[in-house]
Design a protein around this ligand. Structure first.
Ligand code: F6R
Length: 605
């Protein structure tokens, strides 16, 4: 949700900024721009369009320099036009600013500035920042003080980077929106996310809320808004820079689907002892979760579907648990208490709705845990406990491998919780589940090698709507199948519990609405009956199952999965549905890695 990049002392600033923006395109792709300080004023260029579209133009138009900032936008205030693109400047082009987040008090700040005669050129909330900064520059002793005064006046969420004419420095601040500094020998980078500069350095400083940073050649200073120095550690991120490229794949999404066996191997590594039937979750030794009454999951989108899967796994072992959509959690009168464990499931660790839900839970006295992919993310730092899913960087906007690794992480966590919760009944068949988990990367490979999803996509792609049904663990997979399908094909798709179909949605069923039924897990009888009801209304039926032959009379088509433990069948079925969505979107010529209107990390509420 908007990507910010800045660099100081890089070999060539403009190409480095544009590379960084290209790496951050998954955060927004409505417009792009850069500003460079080169000793003879600020050069600012910006355009509506994605970084890929405007990259050549920007690189030709912008003079190089030693210090620069860049931005790729996901619009919140104002349509995606050239004027609303970042960087924004003051009236004299003395200051240029890029921003991610929402400035809540921008209307009153704008009114005050306009009363003082300032003329605005854009519809954005961001534009108040350069005007304020410019005003403060007139009467503050130095640019750092003027920047801190500016930040002091802002309410809301922001990651900001600014350059000033004549200053070889980038001024930055963060509050509620991620910002990370990359530290190399002679150069510094500043970005919304580590993949922006991973090809240059893996050493990073994660800025915290209310931090200000001033980055100059050879030096980065972190301080409070009052100017007191703050020590922030340099941490090493062990993501492989190669992982941020597409390799031989046409899309990041396809690469990420196909690298799920590797991601799963990383997720499981060192955590599962099949012979001893134990899990070893670093940071969660036995006894960590003794004394809680219930587990509440908070998450959004695909991560919510993973959370729902996790919640059903906990139900299975007798632990009272509920999965909440994080964006609704704070509308309930604090469902959490001191006896609750609240688990935030979030790939990015930066989803604003999820972070708000975590704060709501912590305010109610609950213990919080984060299940996330991103080391140093806000969720990881704010939670009392963190379990990393270790899927590696995911660049495609549509989440794929992180869903699979989240569910496997939650499966492992369910074992720890079942051992710790007083009234839980750990699974008797854990030996079989553990063996199936160890086999899972290979089973995913089998699905990838033999999938008929492309043929089915071709057969049904031009139909009117697509329905997905499942029960118990199949339900979150049905929801996820539909979300992925609508997200990247822009076709109408819905996921239901199998039984819900006949309470209304059946009215939509026609010969042009294929129904994908998840015949996975332990509760399939009714799903088959519900699929028959749709078939009698003419809908083509596609079963996702380990045993298509058994349902020849019902199925028009099948997507086969290998036999595995019932708790994991849904995961294999989901890989089939990922491929189905991918191929359908590809046939329709959609922008698969950057679907319209979406961004990977949703850092506004
Ligand atoms: C869908 C998708 C989104 C995210 C959601 C939460 O493919 O990616 O629905 O799952 O925005 O994001 P995280 O997991 O980063 O909290």
């Amino acid at each position: 949700m908007c990507g910010i990049i800045a660099c100081v002392g890089a070999d060539s600033t403009v190409p480095t900024l544009l590379n960084g923006l290209q790496n951050l395109e998954y955060r927004g792709y409505d417009s792009a721009g850069v500003a460079v300080e080169n000793g003879s004023g600020l050069s600012v260029y910006k355009r509506a369009g994605s970084v890929s579209d405007v990259r050549d133009e920007l690189s030709q138009m912008t003079d190089d320099g030693d210090v620069g900032i860049g931005h790729t936008r996901w619009s919140t205030h104002g349509p995606p036009t050239d004027v609303n693109a970042h960087p924004h400047t003051d009236e004299d082009d003395e200051v240029a600013v890029v921003h991610n987040g929402v400035i809540d008090n921008y209307q009153s700040l704008r009114a005050e500035l306009e009363d003082r005669g300032v003329e605005f050129t854009s519809d954005t909330d961001t534009e108040v920042v350069p005007h304020l900064f410019s005003e403060h520059l007139e009467h503050c002793p130095d640019a750092e003080t003027a920047f801190r005064r500016t930040v002091e006046a802002l309410d809301g969420s922001y990651a900001i980077a600014a350059v000033v004419d004549g200053e070889e420095a980038v001024y930055a601040a963060r509050n509620g929106t991620p910002l990370v500094v990359g530290v190399d020998d002679d150069s510094y980078y500043l970005a919304s996310d580590v993949p922006a500069f991973l090809e240059y350095t893996q050493d990073v400083v994660f800025l915290e809320d209310e931090d200000v940073a001033v980055v100059r050649p050879g030096d980065v200073a972190t301080l409070s808004v009052n100017g007191e120095p703050i020590d922030r550690e340099v941490e090493h991120v062990d993501w492989d820079p190669q992982e941020t490229g597409k390799g031989a794949y046409e899309h990041f999404m396809l690469k990420e689907i196909h690298t799920q066996p590797t991601a799963l191997t990383q997720t499981l590594e060192g955590r599962l002892d099949v012979d001893e039937e134990t899990v070893d979750l670093e940071g969660f030794p036995p006894g960590t979760f003794e004394g809680y009454d219930d587990v509440q999951f908070v998450a959004c989108g695909t991560s919510y579907h993973a959370a729902l899967y996790g919640s059903k796994l906990l139900d299975d072992v007798g632990i009272d648990s509920t999965a909440y959509r994080a964006n609704e959690y704070d509308t309930s009168s604090s469902p959490a208490s001191e006896d609750s464990l609240v688990v935030a499931v979030t790939q990015s660790g930066e989803t604003a709705d999820t972070l708000t839900a975590m704060r709501h839970a912590a305010d109610a006295g609950a213990t919080t845990a984060a299940v996330t992919n991103v080391v140093g993310s806000t969720a990881a730092r704010n939670a009392d406990h963190t379990l990393f899913i270790r899927a590696g960087p995911e660049i495609g906007v549509a989440a794929t491998k992180t869903f699979t690794s989240q569910v496997v992480s939650l499966t492992l966590l369910s074992r720890r919780l079942a051992e710790d919760f007083p009234d839980a009944e750990p699974r008797e068949d854990f030996d079989e589940l553990a063996a199936a988990l160890r086999q899972l990367p290979e089973d995913v490979e089998t699905v990838l090698d033999g999938s008929e999803a492309a043929r089915l996509a071709d057969r049904y792609v031009n139909d009117e709507a697509f329905f997905f049904i499942g029960r118990n663990l199949g339900f979150p997979v049905a929801m996820e199948g539909a979300l992925k399908f609508k997200e990247i094909t822009y076709q109408h798709a819905e996921g239901f519990t199998s039984g819900r179909l006949k309470h209304g949605p059946l009215a939509m069923v026609t010969p042009s609405t294929p129904l994908f039924a998840l015949v996975t897990g332990r509760h399939n009888e009714k799903t088959l009956t519900n699929a028959k009801e749709a078939k009698s209304r003419g809908a083509p039926i596609v079963l996702v199952t380990a045993d298509p032959e058994e349902h020849d009379d019902l199925a028009d088509e099948a997507l086969r999965i290998p036999e595995t433990h019932p708790a994991l069948e849904g995961l294999l079925a989901n890989v089939q549905l990922q491929l189905l969505s991918y191929h359908a979107a590809d046939m329709l010529g959609r922008s698969i890695d950057k679907p319209r209107n979406l961004a990977k990390s949703v850092t506004v509420e």
